[in-house]
Design a protein around this ligand. Structure first.
Ligand SMILES: Nc1ncnc2c1ncn2[C@@H]1O[C@H](COP(=O)(O)OP(=O)(O)OP(=O)(O)O)[C@@H](O)[C@H]1O
Ligand code: SF4
Ligand SMILES: [Mg+2]
Length: 342
């Protein structure tokens, strides 16, 4: 079968890049009518994002509810066919793949969802849930798959004897370990973790984050780590992208983003994160954004953040700022006045 490959000779893709996403758009049609459906508009959930992730690294993706984070994840694993753009994974464009070629490459990409209660079917034993992908991809005999399942339980910190138990016998944290074991069962290179600790008790979040970190080192995994919580992302990410209404407004190395943000939206998000040092915490000024996230059906003109931005000027209402490199190491932001953000 012919597979679309991407000639990367003339592009600046570092050898170590595993995933390179270019101008990705995912617009959902908005339809009206009962018998005859008409398209009356589009939900521009993802509206032109570009980023790359190096092998073994983590890109953190933050932004408030409805900004398009999950839609990016679901489009990358091709639960959706993107409206446009490229998803270059291991030199192949996933956006164009179909059928067997897509199935083949999908083994390499797994997604972990937020709710470990919803993602495990209560009628199956955890052994059959963890081994399901191995059966689908026929990676060995039944005996080999069972042995591998027991090994996976150990890898994620659970006892192999649990293999014949059912999901309801486990706590939220243990269930998320089971979900992680399942995601790792067919040795993916790339894992999309969509709010993997948000549904868990605060007391066990750190354990799951540590587990994800250990597994990354052990198997050289590459992560896209989605969260609305900047303090969680700070623990895990090498680079961070900040999303607002379908686009990235800022992307930078983790420490640079925290210490020298170049977008007012990032600055507002950061101002909401408590600082462990009480002396600094007392002086922290919270920036409260007015209004809600606008609808992705009617995206504001100019800078899509202008209605809520404390720094907005006339030009912001009229001209969309480019997402471009600013001062610093590979630091990108979309703001006309990024040099005035401090
Ligand atoms: N299948 C779909 N059809 C139509 N609209 C959708 C679909 N999936 C998501 N959307 C819309 O796209 C926008 C982005 O949703 P998405 O779930 O990606 O946001 P999110 O950043 O993951 O939010 P949250 O933090 O709440 O999980 C929302 O306005 C949502 O209603
Ligand atoms: S371009 Fe204008 S409205 Fe947009 S973030 Fe910058 S200052 Fe605010
Ligand atoms: Mg989401």
């Amino acid at each position: 079968m012919m597979v679309d490959t991407v000639d990367t000779a003339d592009t600046v893709v570092a050898n170590n890049t595993l995933l390179d996403v270019r101008d990705l758009k995912m617009h959902f049609p908005l339809t009206r009518g009962i018998l005859i459906q008409r398209t009356v508009g589009y939900v521009r959930a993802v509206d032109g994002v570009s980023f790359s992730i190096e092998r073994g690294k983590t890109l953190g993706l933050v932004g408030e509810s409805g900004s398009g984070k999950t839609t990016i994840g679901r489009t990358l694993i091709r639960l959706y066919k993107p409206t446009s753009g490229q998803i270059i994974f291991d030199k192949q464009d996933l956006a164009k793949l179909n059928g067997e070629a897509l199935r083949h490459i999908r083994q390499n990409i797994q997604m972990i969802f937020q709710d470990p209660f919803a993602s495990l079917n209560p009628r199956f034993t955890i052994g059959s849930l963890i081994s399901e992908p191995m059966h689908i991809y026929k990676v060995g005999s039944n005996k080999e798959i069972r042995e591998r399942t027991e090994e996976l339980l150990q890898i994620v910190g659970l006892r192999p004897e649990y293999i014949d138990r059912y999901p309801h016998e486990f706590s939220g944290g243990q269930r998320q370990r089971i979900v992680i074991a399942r995601a790792l069962s067919i040795n993916p290179e790339f894992v999309i973790a969509d709010e993997p600790v948000s549904a868990l008790d605060v007391s066990i979040r750190a354990q799951i984050l540590n587990l994800l970190e250990r597994l990354q080192n052990q198997f050289n995994l590459t992560y896209l780590f989605v969260s609305h919580d900047l303090s969680v992302v700070r623990h895990v990410a090498d680079r961070i992208a900040v999303m607002y209404l379908g686009t990235f407004v800022e992307m930078a190395d983790r420490d640079e983003l925290y210490t020298a943000p170049k977008h007012p939206y990032t600055k507002a998000l950061l101002s909401a994160v408590p600082i462990p040092d009480p002396k600094i915490e007392r002086k922290r000024q919270r920036i409260i954004l007015s209004g809600d996230l606008p609808s992705p059906v009617n995206i504001p003109s100019g800078c899509r953040f202008h209605q809520r931005c404390p720094m907005a000027q006339q030009i912001c209402r009229e001209v969309e700022p480019a997402f471009e490199a600013k001062e610093g190491h590979e630091h990108y932001a979309a703001c006309h006045f990024s040099d005035q953000v401090s």
